[in-house]
Design a binder for this molecule. Structure first.
Ligand SMILES: NC(=O)c1ccc[n+]([C@@H]2O[C@H](COP(=O)([O-])OP(=O)(O)OC[C@H]3O[C@@H](n4cnc5c(N)ncnc54)[C@H](O)[C@@H]3O)[C@@H](O)[C@H]2O)c1
Length: 341
């Protein structure tokens, strides 16, 4: 299958490393509106580079496109691909707007094309094991969930410096946690509460964005899950992110503490827990949840089955995130819209 990439920043470049080694893929082109980001991939992989994705889609006629543009810029490239009969792997969150997520979900249903949202944490073995234990009835029905994902201040101020002020720690950090919790609870979210603080980033950088938010989702069958996200830990904090999730069921609990990622290191540069589980180069291949999720998407096309993370899953996470931010802005409780097609 012929594959292209739209958006060759951090994630798009990581996708390139993975698909270039997949024997089922003929990797032919990449596109970024900043052409200097295309050139290293063009030369490194001997492929074509474009500034305009419409031109790339019409020239290259790919079967699959991987989209890794910023959070708010997913709708147009996704629709351009679906309208041309191209399968789509899109970075999370599906969109930052609920109406846009619904448009995409309807288009996928209408065309029968495959679309997978990059909620790759489902391919991390401890999270997958948690799902299987809950499904097997080991802890009974999930009643209460908690998910924390906090980062050092360098994430908004250095890594995402050009767009963090238009985002929030919940949008950037908690979408995986929300996807996991909706999957584990296997229930429909119906309403949310949320509140947060704007202090440090406002004082230091003049950004009108949240430093930290805590939100709670209530499910149809009565379960509740709390999500916490902050991105103002001090610069020297050893983990990125400090991630912790738990579920309490009717007769048991499960807990995944991922902040140290199993490796501890101290050196003259300081103390750290280096990341290794999501995407690591091991000899000449990239392994971990991220490459596994890409391989699974290619399997879905080959086997003509639904991807394990669908457009509808992406729509649900966006609806929850949107409701949480509306609740934080208004200081109240927000009902979710109907999520039926
Ligand atoms: N799945 C994960 O675990 C994970 C982790 C980090 C980021 N992400 C997501 O991946 C996406 C990209 O994040 P990133 O960190 O790679 O961002 P980035 O800023 O490094 O890269 C985005 C790229 O898209 C390009 N771009 C923007 N609009 C474009 C357009 N219309 N046409 C072509 N190129 C365009 C930009 O020039 C930039 O090079 C975001 O949605 C982000 O939330 C996912």
């Amino acid at each position: 299958m012929k594959a292209n990439i739209i958006g060759t920043g951090i994630m798009g470049s990581a996708v390139a490393q993975v698909i270039a080694r997949d024997p089922r893929i003929e990797f032919t082109a990449v596109c970024d509106k900043i052409i200097s980001r295309v050139e290293p991939l063009e030369q490194g992989f001997g492929i074509d580079g474009y500034k305009d994705y419409i031109e790339m889609l019409d020239e290259e006629k790919p079967d699959i496109v991987f989209i890794a543009t910023p959070d708010w810029a997913h709708l147009d490239p996704v629709m351009a691909c679906l309208e041309r009969g191209i399968h789509v792997f899109v970075e999370k969150p599906l969109t930052t707007n609920v109406a846009e997520a619904k448009i995409i979900t309807e288009k996928v249903a209408e065309t029968g094309l495959k679309l997978q949202v990059s909620y790759n944490h489902r391919w991390l073995a401890p999270y997958h094991l948690t799902y299987k234990k809950i499904q097997s009835g080991a802890i009974g029905r999930p009643l209460m969930g908690y998910a924390r994902k906090n980062n050092p201040i360098t994430v908004p101020t250095q890594m995402l410096a050009s767009w963090a002020k238009d985002s929030s720690p919940l949008w950037f950090q908690s979408s995986h946690d929300i996807d996991l919790m909706l999957w584990w609870f296997d229930d429909e979210p119906v309403e949310v509460l949320c509140s947060g603080v704007k202090s440090v980033l406002k004082a230091k950088y003049g950004w009108d964005t949240w430093d930290a938010l805590q939100g709670q989702v209530r499910f149809k069958q009565g379960g509740v899950a709390t999500f916490e996200a902050a991105w103002i830990y001090p610069e020297g904090h050893p983990s990125m992110p400090d991630s912790f999730m738990s579920v309490v069921g009717e007769h048991g609990h499960l807990l995944v503490d991922r902040k140290d990622e199993a490796v501890e290191m101290s050196s003259e540069d300081g103390f750290s827990w280096p990341r290794s589980l999501l995407n690591s180069q091991v000899y000449d291949r990239w392994i971990g949840a991220f490459p596994s999720s890409i391989a699974s998407f290619i399997d879905a096309i080959e086997d003509d089955r639904e991807p394990y993370v669908t457009a509808r899953d992406g729509w649900r996470v966006t609806a929850v995130l949107d409701a949480l931010h509306r609740a934080a802005d208004s200081g109240g409780v927000v009902k979710l819209p109907s999520l039926a097609l």
